[in-house]
Design a binder for this molecule. Structure first.
Ligand code: 4AD
Length: 466
């Protein structure tokens, strides 16, 4: 019968160290297991040798006990191995079980002299230079597991709110934020087989850029599906070299129709972050975030977060500056908040997350909804202690005449954005949304200070090693 041509359901993957250690101990005795991974350390004692093996599934790895007669010379740090043996109760402190090894296969040698990932503390800059190998450090591997867990938590939250997960284009014709930080995309003419004239032509017949934000496309999709979100890469030719900026980063963006006020958008952001926090298990495979997550969960993070208008924030900053001369940049209505101002607001004045709302229209992009005062827009930035701005969002201008006027003020070509204004011509609905930097979220939850350590292979100006 044709049946034999179909594979059986499920997988034939061997169990990871995490899965093996999660099995109840009673099912283990003398059951032969196979463990594959990389050697983290080798400690030779009088009669036996202890090696820690990691396959990345579980931060502490697994302790393997080998008889000294059974140690290949090339069992060194960094080597990849396949071990056969049995799981037994561990006599050592700190772990319940260890692997008593019967067979050792070194699959890939690793010269301990030249291996760049040595056991002593390695500087952050040295690890950046070795971006291809730094995932093998415990800290970067833990960060990657946290990212994965956050990804799951974010999707769990939005599913629960009946949002549709959508995919938006990376190649775009517009600069959503209007900040002039786009990367232009052109075909590589050196490799083109087209006649030179054709190869020089705009590939898409108009200039193309890497997206800086999915928002405008999300607005089109929210005009049909009501509630949409995406987690997608964004690109900004950002020249400032700060601990919070990357040239390629991931942004969680949500957009939904039938909002009533900017408070609605803040409510969703707050619920999303609290929901994500609640979905993460502070497990021991995230050594540095364990205590931190617990304290975030306990230290009043479940109280309502503070909200204040930009106008009130500037008044407080002015008051503080008048008495202390604390700031390098003088705070003044109509000027951007500098990071020293944002830090003071969230770290000292509020002492926790704070939504700052209703900034002057002149400081913000063209799409934000004008307030009745005709000076400010219905928007917010969420400021987080030690991270700064984690989220930005707004109500979008749904009134065609206001939008067109704002585009004029911002010097945008109406024809180029016709598709966008069409959304206001045909069944325009009040709507709003937000964008959250995924690396800044990782930074907040993990305590890792620089976003360059919150993504596996960071890109910033003058730096793209692999
Ligand atoms: O405030 P931004 O520029 O807002 C937007 O792009 C909106 N269109 C989003 C929306 O409403 N759908 O960026 C949103 C967030 C920031 O708060 C920050 O967390 C992150 O994106 N971000 C960056 N993260 C890392 N590197 C950069 N260069 C970033 N620029 C922004």
């Amino acid at each position: 019968s044709s049946q034999k041509y179909f594979a059986t359901a499920g997988t034939s993957l061997p169990q990871t160290i995490r899965q093996l250690l999660a099995r109840p101990e009673s099912s283990q005795p003398l059951h032969p297991v196979e463990v594959s991974g990389w050697v983290k350390s080798v400690r030779r004692q009088k009669n036996v040798t202890f090696a820690v093996i990691s396959d990345g599934s579980w931060a502490p790895g697994m302790q393997a006990v080998l008889s000294n007669t059974n140690i290949p010379k090339n069992l060194t740090n960094g080597a990849s191995v396949r071990l056969g043996g049995t799981l037994v109760k561990s006599l050592g402190a700190g772990q319940a079980q260890e692997l008593r090894v019967d067979t050792v296969d070194v699959l890939g040698d690793c010269d301990p002299e030249t291996y760049p990932i040595q056991k002593q503390a390695l500087s952050v800059e040295y690890l950046r230079e070795n971006a291809h190998l730094r995932p093998r450090t415990d800290a970067v591997a833990s960060m990657l597991r946290l990212r994965s867990e956050l990804h799951r938590a974010v999707h769990g939250f939005f599913e629960g709110q009946d949002f549709t997960h959508v995919h938006t284009p990376i190649l775009t014709s517009s600069d959503c934020e209007g900040a002039g930080e786009t990367f232009r995309v052109v075909p590589n003419t050196a490799q083109s087989t087209l006649p030179e004239g054709d190869a020089q032509e705009e590939f898409f017949s108009k200039p193309a850029y890497l997206t800086v934000s999915s928002q405008l496309h999300l607005e089109a999709l929210a005009s049909s599906l009501s509630r949409v979100y995406t987690l997608s890469p964004c690109f900004r030719a950002e020249r400032s070299q700060t601990s919070r900026h990357l040239a390629e980063f991931w942004m969680l963006e949500a957009e939904w129709a039938f909002t009533r006020s900017v408070d609605d958008v803040c409510d969703l952001v707050e619920a999303c972050l609290k929901g994500v926090l609640a979905r993460i298990t502070p497990d021991s495979s995230l050594p540095w975030s364990d205590g931190r997550l617990r304290s975030l969960l306990n230290a009043g993070q479940y109280d309502a977060w503070a909200r204040m208008t930009y106008t009130d924030a500037v008044a407080e900053l002015e008051r503080h500056h008048a008495s202390s001369r604390a700031f390098e940049f003088e705070p003044k209505w109509g000027r951007s908040l500098q990071s020293e101002h944002e830090r003071w607001l969230s770290e000292s004045f509020i002492g926790g997350p704070v939504f700052v709302t209703d900034y002057p229209a002149s400081l913000k992009p063209f799409y934000m909804r004008l307030n009745d005062d005709r000076k400010t827009v219905a928007c917010f930035d969420l400021l987080i202690p030690h991270v700064g701005e984690l989220v930005g969002g707004s109500l979008r201008e749904e009134r065609l005449d206001y939008l067109v006027a704002s585009m004029k003020t911002h010097g945008l070509d109406e024809e180029e954005y016709k598709w966008y204004t069409d959304l206001r011509r045909f069944g325009s609905a009040p709507h709003g949304g937000f964008g959250m930097g995924f690396e800044r979220l990782v930074s907040w939850l993990s305590g890792i200070e620089n976003v360059r350590e919150c993504i596996a292979m960071p890109r910033w100006a003058k730096r793209m090693l692999l």
